[in-house]
Design a protein around this ligand. Structure first.
Ligand code: PXP
Length: 257
């Protein structure tokens, strides 16, 4: 069954706008879990712009589903993960000026360092995932480094979807979807888990959720945005329904083929 990791960074973004105590990401995690979240994701950034160290500590203790810690591959973050032992750690590139994660991690360009980082995170008991662009060289490198999973960057697909008319049948959108599909096939062939995320919304999620072998989607901004109007629990229920329907329609196709 396809799983949903709900990224709660933007709940903390609202709190940090006033440097106060609300909204509390732990409350948000409870609501997301009641809506059916399979994992809670937070990105502890080097600049602490949204999630704070104490959020991660409290979430590790209080979340009942998997806690996925998104992090840069720095010694500081590895030390935090080694202490807090999240169920999974997702390595992402981090730029000080970026509004959000802008591209995949260059695994191929730093295999020796990342092999060591993955080993240290395995020692902490975490499943380790690499957030990568849909490129074969990055997948091969992730396998060589010992990553358990690759999360394919769906940002380019989401961007084209938004710009080109929001119809997945359009050639430009199909082309981006095919890149994610092909990356997913390679990841599975390499014995790793195929995850995906970034830029996914209620309107563009279904073609991605229907891809064969997809294990987890990681979605944040769109769910938190919708929660302003319908509440977080309902926003998660709706996203899971869309994902489930898409995944079921694809397995229906596979059986009858
Ligand atoms: N996956 C990764 C690796 C991310 O960095 C982010 C954004 O923090 C997401 C998924 C979620 O992206 P979005 O907020 O666009 O849904």
């Amino acid at each position: 069954m396809i799983q949903l990791g709900v990224n709660l960074d933007h709940v903390a973004t609202i709190r940090q706008a006033r440097r106060t105590y609300e909204p509390d990401p732990v409350w948000a995690a409870s609501e997301a879990q009641l809506g059916g979240a399979d994992a809670i994701t937070v990105h502890l950034r080097e600049d602490r712009r949204h999630i704070q160290d104490h959020d991660v500590r409290r979430l590790v203790e209080l979340v009942h589903v998997k806690l996925n810690l998104e992090m840069a591959a720095t010694d500081e973050m590895i030390a935090i993960a080694a202490t807090l032992k999240p169920q999974s750690a997702a390595l992402v590139p981090e730029g000080r000026q970026e509004i959000t994660t802008e591209g995949g991690l260059d695994v191929a360009g730093q295999t020796a360092r990342l092999t060591d980082v993955v080993a240290r995170l395995h020692d902490a008991g975490s499943i380790v995932s690499a957030f990568i662009d849909a490129e074969p060289a990055q997948i091969e490198a992730a396998q060589a480094c010992g990553f358990d999973a690759c999360e394919v960057h769906t940002g380019p697909y989401a961007q084209v979807f938004w710009e080109q008319g929001k119809d997945a049948a359009l050639p430009a959108i199909r082309a981006e979807l095919d890149k994610v599909r092909q990356a997913g096939a390679l990841i599975q062939r390499a014995g790793m888990r195929f995850n995906a995320g970034h830029g996914l919304t209620y309107s563009n999620v279904q073609p991605i959720a229907a891809l064969t072998g997809l294990r987890e989607l990681h979605i944040g901004h769109s769910i938190v945005s919708r929660s302003v109007f319908v509440g977080l629990r309902a926003a998660v229920v709706e996203m899971k329904r869309l994902m489930r329907e898409a995944a079921e329609s694809c397995s229906g196709h596979n059986t009858s083929a």
